[in-house]
Design a protein around this ligand. Sequence first.
Ligand code: ADP
Ligand code: MG
Length: 484
Amino acid sequence: MQWETVIGLEVHVQLATQSKIFSGASTAFGADPNTQACAVDLGMPGVLPVLNEQAVAMAVQFGLAIHAEIPEVSVFDRKNYFYPDLPKGYQTSQMYHPIVGPGEVEIGLDDGTTKRIRVHHAHLEEDAGKSLHEDFHGMTGIDLNRAGTPLLEIVSEPDMRSAKEAAAYLKAIHSIVTYLGISDGNMAEGSMRCDVNVSVRPKGQAEFGTRAEIKNVNSFRFVERAIEFEVERQIELIEDGGEVVQETRLFDPERDETRSMRTKEEANDYRYFPCPDLLPVVLDAAYVDHLRESLPELPDEKRARFQGELGLSAYDAGVLAASREMAEYFEVVKDTCGDAKQAANWVQGELSGALNREGLSIHDSPVSAARLGGLISRVMDDTINGKAAKQVFQALWNGQGESADEVIEAKGLKQVTDSGAIEAMIDQVIGDSPAQVAQYRDAEPEKRGKMIGYFVGQVMKASRGTANPQQVNALLKEKLDALC
Ligand code: ADP
Ligand code: MG
């Protein structure tokens, strides 16, 4: 039996506002427990929430970025449940009239094609507090700093068909929210987490299978692993004659498995109703238009421009446009050296390699974009050859110079293009290598091309890597062939 996987994601994005969604308390990460929760966040009797306009603007920007409908009216509802980290007894959310209507996100697939994933809607809500189970000797501590932090929950249609597609979708969302600057996207700190809905069905069947929902997955890799495990579990279960039950499961990254948390029978009835303390949000067209005009260039547009205007490959354009910081760095390199392809090669090659090796983000690169651009310019105007360029890069990386020019000067890496000087080195090498010259002479003419490598290496060595390799090659060939 051939099985097909069906996946829908509910992504929670923490919005980068200074203060909470309904109060003036700070949202800064890492403060001492319970120092940033005010009476409103706790839902004390008699307090009234005031909606943070910035959270609204950010949600609308997201909606516009995914080409969604922005309804004129949205409404906050109370989602009622009891939990120690929710002293109010309800979470303020949006159930029936979300702020962002249907939209779509484009994802890139491995085979170079793209696919559209529909977004059902996105709604605003507040985060709950946090239960701390360690350090309290069998008791639980409650930290309410996070209570009231604004979240945008983005609910996809069940349009994804593999773990890879789900990860690509999550990356696309990450890239959009960080481009917009509406979230720091820091998954390790919980700024972005998602619930993964997974089901399987026999290939060709029209109806969906019963789904399980895996809660709170907080990394791209975990999303893939949780789905892979869950798909296998469901297929085995069905093939053994069992049935998938609709339930909430938890992913355990240490054991690489999902475990049941609660089944549908135990599921809550949240008794949603419109929050009487908050007015409906009414957005006029001028407000939405103003936000539309202030949108930055988005990842898809940037990718298209890198490909169309700059002539980069689809792959290069995709990689460079995926992160705003990477794209901005690349554009400075490109503008400094004047060549998009060279800039792309260096950013994705030498620079990304070095960053990966040291676990640094591009933001922390010891080599600035302007310096890298300066270095590439010196390769392009033949001041240095490719080999020397790598040395210059290393030196800049290690802080041994303020610019490529300074390093080239200090280390004497300027390329030798004076043909007289190169000829002299070649004559020396030919004179010192009678055995290799004899071999060359005796070889079939079509084999000689390969044999020339030895001589090139010797001349480059004699020049300490500074001779122009093309010139060395051409002159050597001339001189050796004259001996044959
Ligand atoms: P609920 O309101 O119970 O959470 P929704 O219909 O809102 O359910 O769906 C929640 C998420 O589950 C959505 O992202 C949706 O795409 C996804 N989903 C719904 N049905 C399935 C299914 N059969 N298989 C996989 N994902 C599904
Ligand atoms: Mg749900």
